[in-house]
Design a protein around this ligand. Sequence first.
Ligand code: TYM
Length: 343
Amino acid sequence: MSFTPRVFSGIKPSGDLHLGNYLGAIRRFVPLQDTHETIYCVVDMHAITVWQDPDDLKRWTYEIAAAYIAAGLDPKKSIIFNQSQVVEHAELSWIFNCVARMGWMARMTQFKDKAGENSENVSLGLFAYPSLMAADILLYKATAVPVGEDQRQHLELTRDIAKKFNHDFAKQIAAAGFEDEFFPITETLATGPAMRVKSLKDGAKKMSKSEASDLATIYMMDDADLIAKKIKRATSDAEALPTEAAGLAGRNEAENLVGVYAALANQSVDQVLAEYGGKGWGVFKPALADLAVSVLAPIADEMKRLVSDRGEMDRILGDGAERARAIAQPIMADVRKLVGFVR
Ligand code: TYM
């Protein structure tokens, strides 16, 4: 069976957007809107799997939607909305809670990292998180999902849920006249530089919304001086930059900063090293700071303008939700029939 090529991705409104979100996700969403049907969501229901102050949740929801648009998504081409406006996400995730197995969820490294020693005390929602994520994607029969490296395991689980649903209901799927599979086996799009941007203070850790050190994360709304300061103070090593990518092996911090440069400049790592190989940090860091500011500052300015117009943002999110529902509702109606729910 052939599925319409359709892209879905989402970001959690649980903190200020940072450079990792931009390079690993948002930046890569933009060109896909010219080749695919694209659906980009602000996943507010995922955010509340850990406590969120309701005012912050709202602010970050608008901020992410604004970042999507400021970075180049066109709300007429792409469907942009927040998850909770399309209730079918919750409905399908419940069905997936009954398809997925406890053991599958318990193996998720993100759950283990977040729950830590405290797994008896985290919310039930945090445990079921990947099932809601599978619902986000499969509610639209999305065929491809652009994400950063840290989401790979969740997407494998999405494929496992799709396969098990297709298998468990194979008889009903065939009887209803679907040629082959009901849900697609969704592809992960996570290649290129900066798929895992690291903390500026520790090249072994990923850059994240919740970091202890203020200087470890570049936020999309940071001003030029702060970006320059953070890059200047980023942990590096004593050596000059190598002339080829292979020379970055074992140099986590150097590899990270060169990867960030490559992604921001739309170049390969080798191209960057052809220019900066043999040069020291005193040359490379100011160049990286200038480049980061030149890319991020116009986006931040546009984000500020957009978030100040709540009426317009509500209109965009409402329109997106309506278009999302138009795709989701017929698929959900099929799912209910397959499962045997009477209506
Ligand atoms: P979230 O909100 O943690 O992150 C949003 C996107 O940013 C990417 N990302 C990074 N990429 C590179 N380097 C980093 N340091 C970095 N940090 C974050 C993430 O990989 C992600 O693409 N579970 C998801 C949200 C979600 C989703 C979905 C994604 C819910 N439903 C359906 C895709 C499809 C999450 O928590 O992302």
